[in-house]
Design a protein around this ligand. Structure first.
Ligand code: NAP
Length: 278
């Protein structure tokens, strides 16, 4: 018998900082649904047992966050091809037969956030410089390729990690050594930071923007603070900017739809509610 009270949540370690309960519970209230979204602190050694427990507990599914996104992929019964290309999952949906399906909506969130801020944006408007080669970079690069990007310059402090990604993603992705990162901004139409630099508690990203065209769009995956030093510098020199909060909010939409049956909107009220917790 199907539960009439739908429960989902987020597994991470630690997870107390996650804004996902706020986002999903906002939508549950907005749509007057019978359900709840909670926090599940899951120690890495318990990850498989916790994921397998989703079905036994009657949950609709869960989000997966740091540090479980890669390892969780091996704990589900089926992985969406897009998530497999990204090498990580951030959403699990329990199917009616109990099977666990894994998805990754980070790239969807990134592109939607970008389009929300720049509706006329095109992925092939010019070279794209992406800094970082971790989990966020994988989602961003795959979504940019799928949106039609043909020239992505991938720049990471540890060059071998950028090379690994470039090899997996094909000729549209080339790598640039960290020391040459400022040259890689020449002629770029889009710059995306997917490193953790500029995040609260981390130093600012060490990157001068003098070679970046002033017409280029600058995006940051980091969302605390909302305006990172990179975005502030870009704004002050005249570049358009997109912060990381839109990516976080938009990635939540398809997961909510899969669990609760409604595709929710990212509204001003939701933005305000999340920003008030920063
Ligand atoms: P990750 O897998 O740990 O990758 C971290 C990246 O940062 C790596 O490329 C790493 O380079 C680089 N890095 C770390 N310290 C550095 C330094 N001192 N100088 C230069 N580069 C450095 O983390 P992630 O999951 O990709 O997350 C990265 C950021 O994106 C985090 O701030 C996270 O909050 C944010 N994020 C936001 C969203 C959203 O929805 N807005 C979604 C996902 C992630 P090396 O390879 O050299 O170590």
């Amino acid at each position: 018998m199907k539960n009439t009270f739908t429960i989902a949540g987020v597994m991470g370690w630690p997870v107390a900082h996650s804004r996902s309960p706020l986002i999903h519970n906002h939508w549950i209230r907005q749509h007057q649904l019978n359900g709840a979204y909670g926090l599940f602190p899951v120690n890495p050694i318990d990850l498989e047992a916790a994921i397998r427990g989703l079905q036994a507990l009657g949950l609709a599914g869960c989000n997966i966050t740091i540090p479980h996104k890669v390892n969780a992929m091996a704990c589900v019964d089926w992985v969406d091809p897009l998530a497999r290309r990204m090498g990580a999952i951030n959403t699990i949906v329990v199917q009616s037969d109990g099977a666990l399906h894994g998805f990754n909506n980070d790239g969807f969130g990134f592109i939607q956030s970008l389009l929300e801020s720049q509706p006329n944006w095109h992925a092939n408007a010019g070279p794209i410089a992406v800094l970082g080669a971790g989990g966020a970079a994988r989602g961003v690069v795959v979504s940019l390729l799928d949106a039609g990007a043909t020239n992505i310059r991938l720049i990471n402090r540890t060059h071998s990690k950028a090379q690994e990604l470039a090899q997996a993603f094909g000729p549209a992705v080339t790598t640039v050594k960290w020391e040459a990162r400022e040259d890689a901004l020449t002629g770029a139409a889009l710059l995306v930071n997917t490193t953790n630099q500029g995040m609260d508690g981390e130093p600012a990203l060490a990157l001068r923007l003098n070679k970046l065209p002033v017409e280029a769009l600058v995006c940051d995956a980091v969302y605390i603070p909302l305006e990172t030093p990179l975005l502030q510098e870009a704004r002050l020199r005249g570049n358009s900017t997109v912060n990381g909060l839109g990516m976080l909010l938009h990635q939540a939409r398809p997961a909510f739809q899969a669990w609760f049956g409604v595709l929710p909107d990212v509204t001003h009220a939701l933005y305000e509610e999340v920003i008030n917790t920063f």
